[in-house]
Design a protein around this ligand. Sequence first.
Ligand SMILES: [Zn+2]
Length: 308
Amino acid sequence: MTAIEILKNMSAPALRDVLTALQAEGAGLGHFNVSDQVLLKAVVAAAAETKLPVLVGASEGERDFFGAHQLAAIVKSSRQESGLPIFLNADHTHSLEKAVEAANAGFDAVTIDFSAFPFDQNVAHTKETVQAIKAINPAILAEGEIGDIGTGSEIKETVQGGRLSTPEEARQFVEATGIDVLAPAVGNMHGMLKSMVQGKAKKHLDLERIAQIKQAAGVFLTLHGGSGTDDGHFRKAIAAGINIIHINTELRVAWRESLDESLSRDSNEVVPYKILGPVVDSVKQVVSSRLRLFHDHMATSEAVGSVA
Ligand SMILES: [Zn+2]
């Protein structure tokens, strides 16, 4: 029985159940950021099209624009109406207050991000935040971050970040904070270079480091800044222990290009849903193709040379 078949037999699987089932199947969960309802509609439509679980994400900036409670209400309503395992993550949360706000709004997970602080302060702030959100909802998944992968899902001139995480700091961080999910720096980076947007260059991951960190940390792992990564590396990263993959810039690029195209098609068109409908479709195609890639466990087995 596949992970999806197991999940179908559960009345309301929690995010942890979904991650456990996908991991057993050698698949990853796609995390897609949304700033507005056009992007959210695209992610939900892709989940419906592929019949695969999705994790909707919104950073502090995205939540400020959408409204944390409003976003949580629409995601909940989409989940109820579709019956699909659609979950919501408070991406890159830099304060206790914002984490508590997301937990109270009904988010399924919080990415607690104090990675800009020195290690000891990162541990202290993360631990305090984990305890606060679990007091609100014991089932909420708490993610913590170590290392530097740059900031901002944007088009960039130069490579950012660079300090990779070590298995030993991963182990220490998980033990000291009580997080359920760890986001390490393993060759990934937020945003995309212009050459990546043009498809001329791809990000490559430190696959051996991922496997070592998985072994040492013993928790679910998230890959941030997945946009522009080589397809084969995604599959190998999942095989090495990555559970959640964040895609944001690729969606933003599809949104912008499709919106430009839609607006320039007819300067007299003023009906918003006629302009925005094709944008939803374009973003949906990106999300669906990523979801299929992350779930293509047969391809994963081939990629790592497994006979299982
Ligand atoms: Zn991120």
